[in-house]
Design a protein around this ligand. Structure first.
Ligand code: GLN
Length: 533
């Protein structure tokens, strides 16, 4: 899908009308998104925009503004600077690290390179407890990550917290609600960081703590109704994953049968998954669902391909083809049109597209992996655009999705297609699927499913000798992978009991014909990735 033919409906703007919003201006820090995370955790709605955001073009009036950290030095030519109009909004402002240096730079320029850089823990001393930003906080450990420092107090400011290294670990304007801190309250290493952000958002900005999924549901349904209107219809692909299922359920709640979910069974799903998806979405949640069995088409298009990138492309292309065909066969009721395409875009994708990548680089435009349908002229509807994954899961629970679906491990779009290394054939898929089923079954029985972030089996196209029943075997190898991770950016392998691994290996070689050997992957990410491909 190209951006010009399919315009995204900015229904996200509506959220800021219902929920008081803290605006986080991103100066490119690796931690910026965590500021939004922490605020959401205390039920405050926050949104991140690049530091270059023009305030006159803002679609909402924020309850407060936070300036994030960043890798630049405020005094450098070409360093990013905030639109000075943030000060005319007359709302509280908090600068974090670069953000504080920015406030100082604007108010007198007392910033320069420090003699030593400070990276890691420091102890702050809270000067006076009259500063509302530090209310209820005592001397505690904070996390620093900077080289530049304030050399003097900007005009009109006073110091409210210090460390051994700086007399200006926290500053506050004497008469206006403008604050700066040298440390990072958004990282968990700052012991009282959440308290500080809560002091800012709740006590200083007076933002009500009403950002809950309970409140969000009502708001989301209203927005969908307002967007789609009384007659238009919408379609969307469901995959059996939590995001598309939650999005589909919201659509069903909002517009009932005018939403058509399409589930393309590519033959590369986990065991029984296609049946379960149908049962959960159609029978269970009453979503208007079309299931298409396209296994043969996918396998045909995968014939002879061994390169993982080419496999992904072939699978993606076949998906678009099938989806489009099915979508066109859906005939809405008289007088209405299919106008909208649902996508389960989440906030991390949005953050990725709005985060500030530096003065010389263009900011990446947003695109969702769906990449669908060039010529159908559909408008995108993305009701989960504001949500983080754990918020989506919570929403799923509230909407009555089965627990199994809400907590399902992530599964790549191309499915088992990339877990069969080498050529993908029906037989190879079958072997990988059966082995995966045994592994997951044992994980569930051991009560480990929720502790593990993702687990699966993949099939290696190498042969290895074994003996079974006195007969020589020369069969393939299964590699098991199970990881623990918070954000999937880095991951570690899960430590199973030896007895567990023994049980799984024994079941796989006994139950899955075509496998003579089982290995367990003990590589972390990085350097390895989660999937083998
Ligand atoms: N680049 C600035 C410095 O070195 C700000 C760092 C930051 O915001 N973490 O001090």
């Amino acid at each position: 899908m190209t951006q010009d033919t399919t315009k995204s409906v900015a229904i996200g703007d509506e959220v800021t009308k219902t929920f008081h919003t803290i605006l986080v201006l991103d100066f490119g820090s690796q931690y910026s998104h965590l500021i939004v995370r922490r605020l959401r955790e205390i039920n405050i709605y926050a949104e991140m925009l690049p530091c270059t955001q023009k305030i006159s073009e803002l679609k909402f009036k924020p309850a407060g503004v936070i300036l994030s950290g960043g890798p630049y030095s405020v005094y450098d030519d070409g360093a990013p600077h905030a639109d000075l109009a943030i000060f005319d909004l007359n709302v509280p402002i908090l600068g974090i690290c670069y953000g504080m240096q920015e406030i100082a730079w604007i108010n007198g320029k007392g910033v320069s390179r420090g003699e030593k850089r400070e990276y890691g823990p420091a102890n702050i001393n809270v000067k006076s407890n009259s500063c509302p930003l530090f209310e209820g906080m005592d001397n505690s450990r904070v996390w620093m990550s900077h080289h530049d420092k304030l050399t003097e107090l900007p005009e009109g400011f006073e110091a409210v917290a210090t460390t051994g290294n700086t007399p200006f670990a926290g500053i506050a304007h004497k008469s206006k609600p403008i604050y700066g801190i040298q440390f990072h309250p958004e990282v968990t290493h700052t012991v009282q960081g959440k308290r500080l952000l809560s002091n800012f958002a709740v006590n200083i900005c007076h933002a009500p703590q009403n950002w809950t999924m309970e409140n969000f549901i009502e708001n989301a349904i209203k927005r969908i109704r307002a967007t789609v209107g009384p007659t238009a219809e919408a379609i969307g692909a469901v995959s059996g994953g939590v995001d598309s299922s939650v999005a589909a359920k919201l659509m069903k709640e909002a517009i009932g049968d005018r939403f058509h979910a399409i589930f393309v069974d590519n033959g590369l799903m986990r065991k029984n998954e296609a049946v379960q998806v149908k049962k959960a979405l159609d029978d269970g949640l009453g979503i208007n669902l079309v299931v298409v069995n396209a296994e043969d088409e996918f396998l045909d298009n995968l014939k002879g391909i061994t390169d993982p990138e080419k496999k992904r492309k072939a699978i993606g292309y076949t998906f678009i083809h099938v989806f489009e065909r099915v979508a066109k066969s859906i005939k809405p009721k008289d007088g209405s049109n299919i106008e909208y395409l649902l996508q389960g875009t989440l906030y991390p994708d949005v953050i990725e597209s709005v985060s500030f990548k530096g003065p010389s680089q263009t900011i990446k435009s947003h695109h969702n992996v769906g990449g669908l349908i060039d010529n159908m002229q559909l408008k995108l509807i993305e009701p989960l655009r504001e949500l983080f994954k754990d918020e989506v899961r919570h929403l799923g629970e509230l909407l009555g999705l089965p627990e199994d679906l809400v907590w399902r491990h992530p599964f790549p779009g191309p499915g088992i297609g990339i877990r069969v290394l080498g050529e993908v054939t029906k037989k190879q898929v079958e072997i990988a699927r059966e082995a995966d089923y045994v592994f997951i079954d044992e994980i569930r029985k051991a009560g480990l499913y929720r502790q593990i972030s993702q687990a699966f089996a993949c099939l290696l196209p190498v042969r290895s000798v074994g003996v079974m029943g006195d007969q020589r075997m020369y069969e393939q190898v299964i590699a098991l992978r199970a990881i623990e991770t918070v954000d999937f950016m880095t991951a570690d392998w899960f430590v199973f009991d030896a007895s567990f691994l023994k049980r799984v290996a024994s079941r796989i070689v006994n139950e899955v014909i075509g496998v003579s050997r089982v290995t367990y992957d003990i590589t972390s990410k990085p350097p390895a990735t989660v999937e083998w491909e």
